[in-house]
Design a protein around this ligand. Sequence first.
Ligand code: M7G
Length: 332
Amino acid sequence: MADYTAKRETGDGAESEPVSHRVKRTKADDGAGRKDAGKEPECTNILQGFKTSRVLSDSAREKNIFIHGKLADEEAVVILEKTPIREDTLADLLSASVLKLEMKNDIYSTYRLQAPPQFNEIKTTVVCPATEKHVKKYQRQESFLVEETGEDYQSITLPYLQQHNFSVQWVYNILEKKAEADRIVYEDPDPNVGFVLLPDFKWDQKQVDDLYLIAIAHCRDIKSLRDLKSEHLPLLKNIFQKGKEAIMQRYHIPANKLRVYLHYQPSYYHLHVHFTKLGYEAPGCSVERAHLLSDVIQNLQCDPQYYRTRTLYFPLKAEDGLLREFKETGRL
Ligand code: M7G
């Protein structure tokens, strides 16, 4: 798989683009935002029938909105997010748009620029059918920091997550090449130390400034950071090393520009590692949730049982059932 990736790399023809904007294009995208007529994968607009129930959260700054509603009588969450403006499309954007003056004052003027549709895309994520847990995940809520000892994990967290976790079917689909196979950037197929590296679905892959990939372990018996022992060091080191190499090869981003980490608690309890570009404030990269893989490796080298015994801290949202469990057992 590594060789295959390398071969595909040499033919991407992107060598002359500035590094900060160089991303391998999808076949249907010519890099200027134009799509080859007839080649763009189109689908019927399933969102035409979407009935909004309520806005779960929105952000004028991040230019996104999370909506709960119904799609053909099924519960659904739809996420709309304006995509970044790309340097490599600027010339076409500026020349092909309609400019409407809003105000002019001395040397200052503001306009509304109406861009052609291909420069005006909105990244759209649909979760359908969505569970109540999905709705809560995307709902803006107050958060509380939880302190979880090794014993708390065994007596409170583990029993809870065994009953209430999100399905990891999407993860198995990736590992079994039933979904997203064409998006795989790198794979080490080894059943013990192997993994699949691919773009996180939060990343539209149009620019590397917000680069976001995930490495999903092939082995299926590690739920989270809490399960890690020194015997997993070869797996973790392999993901760290080969993941960084693959990102360098594909996206030309060196290791010292990457933030490589695990979430605790994760949403999906199958071991995976996040690779994001340093400087990009990816959702969930704050200290109360992200654990640098390099620290995880060192901690396990110092103490094989580190993550089994340590008290770990993480935020939980007000309506999270796990928070309720911590409260009911007097741990909060
Ligand atoms: P997490 O820490 O378990 O949960 O990370 P989080 O969503 O609370 O961060 C799982 C990661 O997998 C997240 O970064 C998700 O955006 C990403 N992800 C989730 N799903 C359902 C998919 C998917 O179907 N495909 C891909 N490529 N990424 C996904």
